[in-house]
Design a protein around this ligand. Structure first.
Ligand code: FAD
Length: 385
């Protein structure tokens, strides 16, 4: 059993760290405040092969696993560039397409996802279903040799930079009238598809949208993969999503911790660095312990997933997401405290991180829903809802 990453993974991390640091948190926040996207970072990262680290080599990817892509995102986040679209485009959509897409869908989408030239958004959340994904009502009914899709989605990230949205819906069986889970690829310029920006109190270049799909006509091949396996295909994307969300959170926590430690080592108000006071050094040390534990569980989840153990990865990915969300919120909170007034000054970038750090407790699955999962599946307690 190894508790360190492979030499290749460590080399990948080092290269990504140096690349992402050349952009850094100032670049990220400036783009967010202009309302612009991280276009330069995304394009360069795509050319360098970082965005497709997990995708098959025959489609332009790096041939690695989700652990490699998660390492890339953790390093981006640790450098101050926590891009949500890496969770969505290569990790969820790329994984599902690579594992279950038809040969034509793989050829059409995977090379662009790997190079960053194509971006896919992912839409499961609905206003009236929320955490209860069993209640989603977006439905496609067969029409000629294609489909007509109608429904609503909310909080969908990155629709403004996406070519298409990977929509989780239901497919109507004309013979029986029954509805089965299914995934559809919906171009963002399709007639009947409308995306309205949701104003958020997040300083982020990734914007969120409410989607309105009113009789959107789709060709037959908009249905992703095999019509009989929609649920299994969806689940294949959710573990990578949690592993990536955990990595974004641990990377963001490391970024905040580094800033706090740097400041605490320099700032003097009683003739010695404030980091000498245990009132500051102990909470920072606690954060370090919590972040490293969360990173370990995230790497375990990725290793299980990449070894083909979907069930084992499910439990570990949920636990990793929980631990990382908590560690990130506490890291940013303690970093702000360490900087005193400067913790909220725009120049230091930590005030903006406060709202962002709450995201790890809410999305893609909330802290409470992870605890429900652990109570029920890991502890065998009765389902509470
Ligand atoms: C910045 C951002 C980006 C996002 N990007 C995407 C995206 O790209 N695609 C996408 O599909 N979605 C996206 N989401 C949506 C996100 O996944 C949801 O917000 C999240 O799953 C929670 O759903 P909800 O907001 O409807 O909350 P609700 O389900 O309404 O929950 C509200 C509160 O009730 C608690 N709760 C609900 N049910 C239970 C229960 N049974 N037991 C205990 N507590 C419970 C929840 O934990 C939460 O605290 C994004 C959200 C944000 C904020």
């Amino acid at each position: 059993m190894r508790f360190t990453e492979s030499d290749e993974r460590l080399a990948l991390r080092e290269a990504v760290r140096s690349f992402a640091s050349s952009y850094g948190g100032d670049y990220y926040r400036a783009k967010a405040r202009e309302g612009a996207y991280l276009t330069e970072l995304w394009a360069e990262a795509g050319k360098l092969g970082y965005l497709g680290a997990n995708l098959p080599e025959e489609f332009g990817g790096g041939g690695g696993g989700i652990g490699d892509l998660a390492a890339v995102l953790e390093e981006f986040s640790a450098a101050g560039c926590p891009t949500l679209m890496m969770v969505v485009s290569p990790a969820i959509c790329g994984t599902v397409l690579a594992r279950f897409g038809t040969p034509e869908q793989r050829r059409r989408w995977l090379p662009g996802i790997a190079s960053g030239e194509s971006v896919l958004a992912f839409a499961i959340t609905e206003p009236d279903a929320g955490s209860n994904a069993h209640n989603i009502t977006t439905t496609a009914r067969p029409d000629g040799d294609g489909w007509v899709l109608s429904g609503r989605k909310t909080f969908i990230s990155g629709v403004d930079v996406a070519d298409a949205v990977f929509v989780v819906g239901r497919m109507e069986d004309t013979a029986t009238g029954r509805l089965a889970p299914a995934l559809f690829m919906v171009p963002t310029d399709a007639p009947g598809f409308e995306a309205r920006r949701i104003e958020m109190d997040l300083v982020s270049p990734d914007h969120q949208f409410a989607l309105f799909m009113d009789g959107v006509r789709l060709p037959a091949d908009a249905l992703v993969g095999d019509p009989g396996s929609g649920l299994m295909q969806l689940f294949a994307g959710l573990n990578p999503e949690r592993i990536m969300a955990a990595s974004l959170a641990t990377g963001s926590a490391l970024h905040a911790l580094e800033r706090a430690v740097g400041y605490a080592s320099q700032r003097e108000v009683w003739g010695r660095p404030i980091g000498a006071h245990q009132g500051l050094s102990h909470p920072l040390a606690q954060v370090k312990v919590e972040v490293e534990l969360a990173r370990l569980m995230t790497q375990k989840a990725a290793a299980l997933y990449d070894a083909g153990d979907d069930a084992g990865a499910g439990e570990a990915a949920n636990m990793a997401k929980y631990a990382a969300g908590e560690a990130s919120a506490r890291a940013v909170d303690q970093a702000v405290q360490t900087l005193g007034g400067n913790g909220l000054a725009t120049e230091y970038g930590l005030g903006a991180a406060v709202t962002a750090s709450r995201l790890g407790r809410i999305a893609p699955v909330s802290r409470e829903m992870v605890l429900n999962y652990v109570a029920q599946h890991s502890l065998g307690l009765p389902k509470s809802y």
